[in-house]
Design a binder for this molecule. Structure first.
Ligand code: 5GP
Ligand code: ZN
Length: 140
């Protein structure tokens, strides 16, 4: 029983390490993959979305690997507050008068990258374009 518990712990740890090593946003956070960075500090990074869904489209990520909003734990409250506040500061820096902040959560919520990120979207010139913004598609 003790051995079994030990094996499970090692297996879980290796599994988690593998996720970190494969995660594209962890790699962007460590600058192993390049991105167009607007802001970074020890805990957070703001970079341009590679395939923008709006004239201005940035992603705000924690450097720590958290899978999604659904995987938040109590000790992540400060990280989450920081991400949202950083989105507000980024919007000011980008001179956005209005904007959308979007968390996609899980496949059914349109999440493709399994590393928590907040979409900062804006820069539309016409009112009708704001509503025409693409939304997530459901799994078939
Ligand atoms: P999700 O659908 O998971 O909420 O959004 C993931 C976003 O990440 C998409 O808007 C996609 O364009 C963006 N993205 C995916 N891979 C990369 C990448 O390697 N670099 C950058 N800058 N953005 C990426
Ligand atoms: Zn990650």
């Amino acid at each position: 029983m003790v051995n079994n518990g030990f094996k499970t712990t090692i297996h879980d740890s290796l599994f988690i390490i593998q996720i970190y090593m494969d995660c594209i946003f962890c790699k962007i956070g460590k600058k192993e993959v390049s991105s167009d960075i607007l802001y970074e500090d020890d805990g957070v990074m703001v970079f341009k979305d590679a395939q923008p869904s709006a004239p201005v489209h940035y992603l705000i990520i924690p450097k720590e690997h958290i899978q999604s909003i659904a995987h938040l734990e109590g000790n992540h409250r400060d990280v989450l507050a920081k991400i949202i506040y950083k989105a507000k500061e980024s919007a000011e820096k980008l001179n956005l008068k209005g904007y959308k902040l979007v968390f996609n959560v899980g496949r059914e919520g349109g999440q493709v990258i399994d590393h928590l990120h907040l979409h900062l979207l804006g820069g539309w010139a016409k009112e009708e374009d704001v509503g025409a913004m693409p939304g997530p598609g459901l799994d078939k």
